[in-house]
Design a protein around this ligand. Structure first.
Ligand SMILES: [Fe+2]
Length: 171
């Protein structure tokens, strides 16, 4: 393989699953929101995992969990009750069917997805990355506002990433 040849990864497998899902959403506005949020959270999760010292393989799993964390959302406006747990239940068989994930990896990914709505609780390290990735994407999509429930997470992320701002540059 040359240096410039792209390597096929499990993120590509998941991208196909996710794109199928998003293209199945009728409303173009919700489709756009789904693309921006789900791929955005995937990237934020990868960055947070790497920042916390994990390797590329772990960051790949975090990216995948981030991409799929709201899998059952976006069909309708507003929140869907228990969407985190419902998403985990939908995602497990889809990932298992690819044959590309071990049982342990499926457990990590689906536990992270199932826990992601409980932002005021602290769970295992992987789940915390998915929650923080979710919070970070919401924040960076519009840096001037943050959901109340995610505020303390974003304050901590600003500190962790050195994004507290220079008081002299405040407008
Ligand atoms: Fe989300």
């Amino acid at each position: 393989m040359s240096d410039f040849e792209r390597q096929y990864t499990r993120v590509d497998t998941v991208r196909k699953i996710l794109d199928d899902r998003i293209f199945g959403i009728g409303d173009p506005d919700r489709q756009r929101n789904a693309f921006v949020h789900l791929y955005g959270v995937g990237q934020a999760c990868a960055m947070i995992a790497l920042k916390r010292g994990h390797d590329g393989n772990y960051a790949e799993l975090a990216c995948i969990a981030g991409m799929l964390h709201d899998f059952v959302k976006f069909e309708v406006a507003g929140d869907i009750p228990a969407h985190a747990k419902k998403s985990a239940l939908r995602v497990w068989p889809l990932l298992q069917a690819t044959g590309e994930f071990t049982e342990e990896e499926l457990t990590m990914i689906c536990t992270g997805i199932a826990n992601h709505s409980d932002k005021l609780r602290t769970d295992d390290e992987f789940s915390e990355i998915i929650k923080d990735g979710d919070a970070m994407q919401h924040w960076l999509r519009n840096p001037a506002e943050a959901f109340f429930s995610e505020k303390s997470r974003n304050v901590a992320l600003q500190k962790e990433f050195g994004l507290n701002g220079d008081p002299e540059k405040r407008i």
